[in-house]
Design a protein around this ligand. Sequence first.
Ligand code: MN
Length: 251
Amino acid sequence: MKILVSNDDGVFSPGLHALADAVAGFATEVVVVAPEADRSGASNSLTLDRPLYVRPAARPNTHFVNGTPTDCVHVAVTGFLPWKPDLVVSGINKGQNLAEDTLYSGTVAAAMEGYLLGIPAIAFSLSAHHFGQLDTATHVVQRVIAGVLQQPPSPHYLLNVNIPSVPLGELQGYEVTRLGRRHEAQPVIRTHSPRGEPMYWVGPPGEVRDATPGTDFHAIAQRRVSITPLRVDLGHAEAISSLEQWLQRLP
Ligand code: MN
């Protein structure tokens, strides 16, 4: 069992190191390839305007790339590693990745890149902006990895795992979920540079719109681990027939 580990918080993240340590006991090979800096929100971007390097970090079997999470997994799988991983894991992200967050998340994107390259993949996120409950997250990672190695949920899978930031004893179990929905994002925050030029900070994500039972939002609110199966298909099959009718009426 060979496991590739990546993230979007960057090579210095305690969550990345915890994930690598958590999966080590399951694998003959564990290699970490992570962005050299925090690339949260990078989504599925690839770097096309400059070359990428893969350099060794101080930690054993750990490397950093001057690129995005997607770059890391892409370069590792298609050129850097001498073997094809059996599993790609990403995280442990500082902050949850629920509902539409999955579209912007570099954590999910790193896993998704593995999935697109034919490798089962799992993204792990901790639902707090700190690593105070990293022990809980590590425990969850090990249970999930043990589970998928014992019996894969399907031949090819992409899972988005979100972990409540609570002490292990307060965890209320595990739940398979669907993505919830958010309202549209908050506006950008307008400010000025020291030289008077207008600047804009991207604002916070939108408030929760669908957090009904069965959603990832609901599971996390109930202090349960949320496991959402993801797919990669932006196509909207249900809209095809009405669009065909629209096309017939085109002036
Ligand atoms: Mn992140």
